[in-house]
Design a protein around this ligand. Structure first.
Ligand code: ARG
Length: 459
């Protein structure tokens, strides 16, 4: 018998029953549903809407149900549709009439909005711990690799010298912003919708602020219709997650490239690589590829929610039941990826010699060569042209700017002298880029210190 059976003259079609039911996925909210009901009944009792005795019975019953669910002793029923009605039905079976009073001054609309907020609050803080651990791992590696010179790239063509530390710190900065986005989203979400009822609150003398306080919210959602009809907080969460996954996916792409023999900048620990079923020589970066691929699922959740919400009139519509699977999959995917990426990153070996070898090729000191001529009094545009010719000459002769003889330099400009070799020395080029935010070891140290300071509030 349905809790809402009253006005119907016949049972629903079985297919409707299955289609309508959300218990197979919203059972994940059982703890939050019970936590919310404990607070709601407490508030009802304190406001004199139910008796203290009834409240005590409800509390005892709910706690028993929670224990039994955790022991795996409760089978939820599709007939009870969702987690809210399952818990209420079981409660009433166990404690009788007091159970029937629990839903006074409440609707499933404010109940579900509450449950998801409580659930998301907990999940976001767990995700933040994982993202913070990832940033810490990057910072730790950066501290050890400030003098690992390597080429940076634009258009995947060698550009200018940086260090491995500087390169990976770029990702630490991106993940720091992801952390801020999650914190921001959690803060905005932390308002209590309970008491909004179906959409227009209730005529019972409830105390919404008390419910909010009991559940550790910063306040209440101010408009009852807004409280039950928006899921923007889930959209924000999936949006922050999509950006995080986009960053992670780029980092994965770097790792995939770097462990190819073409780059050979890193090697993955055997524990985080996989083999091929046919090619015995293979050591594949499957973990990084999977994280890269899974970004698609997270974007999918975001698009699901945006599309689901975009045409809905106020207030609650059943479409919104679709929010949970999208949000849950997003949570699971982000957690799984962050959990496995961090130890993979920590255990990989950075091949300093190969980074240095790559830095020696590709004329990544060409800008410095032009700057050298500028130092000798030439306007930058002229210096640029002459250096371009020097590069062409090197290509012709099969050498680098470091090994091009001075006579050859002087065929291009009389301004070149012996000190050009010191000016274009790769280590020197790196050390010279000490502007704030630059790759010189001292600038990277500053960057690391600043980030560590900013991260303190997430400890
Ligand atoms: N299972 C529903 C959901 O997840 C709960 C709210 C149902 N409210 C209603 N009026 N049908 O959205």
């Amino acid at each position: 018998m349905k809790l809402w059976q009253g006005r119907f003259s016949k049972a629903e079609d079985e297919k409707v029953n299955d289609f309508n039911s959300s218990i197979h996925f919203d059972k994940r909210l059982y703890r939050e549903d019970i936590e919310g009901s404990l607070a709601h009944s407490e508030m009802l009792a304190q406001c004199g809407i139910i008796t203290v005795e009834e409240k005590n019975k409800i509390h005892e019953g709910l706690k028993g149900i929670l224990e039994d669910i955790e022991k795996g002793e409760i089978e939820f029923s599709v007939d009870s549709e969702d987690i809210h009605m399952n818990v209420e039905t079981i409660l009433t079976e166990r404690i009788g009439d007091a159970g029937k009073r629990l839903h006074t001054a409440r609707s499933r609309n404010d109940q579900v909005a509450l449950d998801i907020r409580l659930y998301m609050r907990k999940e976001i803080s767990e995700i933040m711990v994982l993202v913070k651990a990832l940033i810490d791992a990057i910072v730790e590696e950066a501290e050890k690799t400030k003098d690992y010179v390597m080429p940076s790239y634009t258009h995947l063509q060698r550009a200018q010298p940086v260090s491995f530390a500087h390169y990976i710190m770029a990702y630490a900065q991106m993940f720091h912003r992801d952390l801020q986005r999650y914190a921001d989203c959690a803060e905005r979400m932390n308002l209590c919708p309970l008491g909004a009822g179906a959409l227009a609150t209730t005529s019972y003398p409830i105390n919404r602020k008390l419910s909010a306080e009991l559940l550790g919210f910063d306040g209440i959602v101010e408009n009852s219709m807004d409280a039950v009809s928006d899921r923007d907080f889930l959209i924000e969460f999936c949006s922050a997650s999509s950006i995080f996954m986009m960053h992670l996916s780029r980092f994965c792409e770097e790792i995939i490239l770097w462990c190819s023999s073409e780059f050979a900048f890193i090697s993955l620990d055997d524990a985080y690589a996989t083999g091929s079923s046919i090619m015995p020589q293979k050591k594949n970066p499957d973990i990084a590829e999977l994280c890269r691929g899974k970004s698609g699922r997270v974007y999918g959740s975001l698009i699901t929610l945006l599309t689901m919400m975009k045409g809905l009139p106020l207030a609650y519509n059943k479409d919104m039941q679709e929010d949970k699977e999208a949000a849950f999959d997003c949570i699971d995917t982000v957690k799984q990826c962050a959990e496995i990426f961090t130890p993979m990153f920590k255990s990989m070996t950075v091949r300093k010699e190969n980074l240095r070898k790559a830095a020696a090729k590709g004329f990544i000191n060409a800008t410095d060569c032009a700057d050298y001529l500028v130092g000798k009094g030439l306007p930058f545009r002229d210096a640029y042209k002459i250096t371009g010719k020097a590069v062409a000459l090197c290509e012709q002769k099969g050498c680098d700017l470091e090994t091009l003889p001075l006579e050859d330099y002087n065929t291009l400009s009389p301004l070149f002298a012996d000190d050009v070799y010191a000016a274009i020395n790769i280590e020197h080029c790196l050390a010279a880029r000490k502007a704030d935010g630059g790759p010189a070891p001292e600038a990277v140290t500053k960057q690391i210190e600043n980030l560590k300071e900013n991260l303190k509030k997430y400890e």
